[in-house]
Design a protein around this ligand. Structure first.
Ligand code: A2P
Length: 275
């Protein structure tokens, strides 16, 4: 078959840094996850975030469109050949009001400049790794829970996730449940992950904010482990601003110090994407 490309029908205009949506899953009326193609050149460390988005509405006078971008943690591990994201849907949110309608085959913008502090490089070695998430703050941990280095560096991983209701735990619960049988990392995981989900506005086996349960010692009692201390324990935190602030105070009260890429220490914090 010969094709004269010069006379071919013009292709659908593509976005700058366009990637193609491969699947979308809606978890609740507030939450969805989706996967997109991965640029061959994109390298990132599990736990990092990138800027993603869509073209905004045309300017009323000039008709020009500007990209509408937000920071999103990559929820897939560094070895995956696609990229996964986990998002809230805000009905009047500039981006998520549109993003929630994407379908397989659609394009999104993905700026290929991954950054972030929720990475192994920012933590000193330790025995036990705590991953503290609220809401969509689970996303970077969905990446780190599928990252081999997590299991090479730590004997035990405690994944806590606080959500308003049980349905909002589903994305995380399903991911954690899949780890032991994962063909690629199952052998490394070896039952090292302890999952500690809590809800605050709907009845579930464990109720309450994780901050309260850490403060009053319930978590340690439930898991049968000693309280957090700087010698053995490391932490990664991802949630709302208030949550991050409250957990920081708690981590410091346990004697842990905040680390950074250039200065690895005991715990690291990142704000989850909101609105
Ligand atoms: P709560 O229901 O008591 O506000 P959201 O959906 O608003 O992002 O919240 C996700 C979860 O995080 C909710 O269960 C919420 O509890 C909890 N949360 C919000 N702020 C904090 C905080 N400062 N410390 C601990 N948990 C928090």
């Amino acid at each position: 078959v010969t094709q004269n490309t010069a006379q071919a029908v013009p292709a659908t205009p593509t976005l700058p840094d366009a990637q193609t949506v491969t699947s979308v899953k809606h978890w609740t009326d507030r939450l969805f996850s989706f996967r997109v193609s991965r640029p061959a050149s994109l390298r990132f460390r599990s736990g990092e975030f990138v800027m993603i988005g869509l073209m905004g509405d045309p300017h009323p006078e000039t008709g020009k469109q500007k990209p509408l971008l937000r920071a999103y943690s990559i929820a897939s591990p560094a070895w995956d050949d696609e990229l996964e994201f986990y998002s809230i849907k805000v009905q009047d949110g500039p981006l998520t009001s549109k993003l929630q309608h994407i379908q397989p085959g659609d394009q999104i913008i993905l700026r290929p400049k991954p950054v972030g502090t929720l990475v192994h490089d920012a933590l000193l070695p330790g025995k036990r790794l705590w991953l503290f998430a609220t809401g969509t703050g689970f996303a970077p941990f969905a990446s780190l829970l599928r990252e081999p280095e997590t299991y090479e560096k730590f004997d035990e991983i405690i994944m806590t996730h606080t959500c308003r209701d049980v349905a909002e735990l589903a994305y995380g619960a399903e991911l954690v449940a899949s780890l032991n049988d994962d063909p690629l990392i199952g052998e490394l995981v070896e039952n090292k992950v302890r999952y500690y989900p809590t809800t605050t506005r709907e009845q579930s086996p464990k109720m309450g904010r994780i901050t309260t349960l850490l403060e009053n010692g319930t978590v340690f009692e439930d898991l049968g482990i000693p309280p957090i201390n700087a010698e053995t324990d490391r932490g990664m935190v991802c949630g709302s601003l208030d949550f991050n602030k409250d957990i920081k105070v708690l981590m410091e009260s346990f004697g842990l110090e905040e680390g950074a890429n250039s200065d690895p220490k005991h715990y690291v914090v990142e704000k989850a994407f909101v609105g």
